[in-house]
Design a protein around this ligand. Structure first.
Ligand code: GTP
Ligand code: MG
Ligand code: ZN
Length: 347
């Protein structure tokens, strides 16, 4: 029998590595997350960010886990967000691992992109149906979700208050073709078990929706927890019950990020997300005579022809136009050269 060239690791260190891996899995680590730390450092995942420090759930080398408020090392490579994997030395975050994807929107003052959450498998588009379906909102959220690179999933909420949920589900399918839909009620418990099944170990999900859509209520229904929710005003909008982005570990094994409601006007859209959300229009556009067809009375426009033939809803094209206009507006505001040029022209 040949002697092994290298000594086998001792049983205890093997066990501990397995225990560390087990803890990281409960934090949502997947095979896609390549996390290697240097000697003397520990691995963790950011659960909440409070300005100058972050709460990190992390794992000792011996496999026991801890939650610490961590400061940022000087020259930290990235500003951490909820969902980030980090290297810790003591109570300092010394490195943020490269993100495999991220949910983003522009900074409210439009100077920079704001990262809402990182390293996601699912983006739950949380949309209430107790006052019918807000198609424009769903479209915007879908575009944002597709742009993140994670898989979108529609979660219709407040089904207990909906007049005709089955019809609204069909309407939803037409807005986001090919995206799965779960209809829920945090009040009656409808759909909650189905959601639990989807949020198994290895899945990190973030809830994207307007304030008052019922995101935190979903979390409470899933976990039997008691996080703050607030009633919705007559406009249907909530009052920002949730004010921080926070990562929760679910009893179903998955990880769920609850974030404050997003206002429709804050939504950023990217072209690839628009193309995914409006797959019907993208497919038709390939048949237009001109590659840069604006589908707005252009000669040989296949999209307009489909509307005329009753094969594509005119409102669908109208919404597509609105999103394109909004995108152009946002990118011109983001790009200082364009804004300067505009200001000049206005003078
Ligand atoms: N009838 C009914 N009401 C619901 C349901 N889910 C949530 N609500 C109510 O909707 C209101 C807003 O719910 P929240 O869970 O706070 O909404 P949110 O999306 O977390 O809102 P923000 O934290 O502000 O972004 C609360 O008054 C909830 O009781 C539901 O399934 N049915
Ligand atoms: Mg909330
Ligand atoms: Zn066209």
């Amino acid at each position: 029998m040949k002697e092994p060239l290298l000594p086998e690791p001792s049983d205890t260190s093997r066990e501990n590595a397995a225990e560390v891996e087990r803890v990281l899995r409960t934090l949502g680590k997947t095979d896609l997350d390549q996390l290697r730390v240097h000697e003397g450092m520990n691995l963790g995942r950011v659960s909440i960010v409070h300005g100058s420090h972050a709460e990190v759930i992390w794992c000792h080398r011996d496999g026991h886990e801890e939650v610490s408020a961590c400061q940022y090392a000087t020259n930290l490579n990235l500003r951490p967000v909820a969902g980030d994997w980090v290297s810790l030395r003591g109570n300092y975050i010394v490195a943020v691992f490269e993100r495999r994807n991220a949910l983003e929107r522009p900074d409210p003052n439009l100077r920079d992109v704001q990262v809402l959450a990182a390293n996601l498998d699912l983006v739950l588009l949380v949309v209430p149906i107790d006052r019918g379906l807000n198609v424009r909102m769903l479209e915007r959220f879908a575009v944002m979700a597709f742009d993140s690179g994670a898989r979108p999933l529609v979660v219709l909420t407040k089904a207990d208050g909906a007049s005709d949920a089955p019809t609204l589900e069909i309407e939803t399918e037409l807005v986001v073709p090919g995206v799965d839909i779960v209809t829920t009620s945090s009040l009656s418990g409808e759909g909650i078990e189905q959601l639990r099944t989807l949020l198994h170990e290895g899945v990190t999900a973030v809830m994207l929706g307007a304030s008052g859509a019922g995101k935190t209520s979903l979390l409470n229904a899933l976990e039997g927890s008691d996080e703050t929710t607030l009633s919705v005003g007559s406009s249907g909008e909530g009052r920002h019950a949730t004010t921080t982005r926070k990562l929760y570990r679910l009893s179903s094994g998955g990880v769920l990020l609850d974030i404050p409601g997003i206002r429709l006007v804050d939504l950023m859209t990217g072209q690839s997300g628009v193309d995914e959300t409006f797959r019907d229009i993208s497919a038709l556009a390939a048949q237009c005579r001109f590659r840069d067809c604006a589908h707005n009375g252009d000669e040989g426009c296949a999209v307009q022809a489909a509307v005329d033939a009753g094969e594509l809803a005119a409102t669908r094209l109208e919404n597509w136009r609105l999103i394109q206009a909004n995108m152009a507006h946002q990118s011109s505001r983001r790009d200082p050269a364009t804004s300067a040029a505009k200001r000049k022209r206005r003078r």
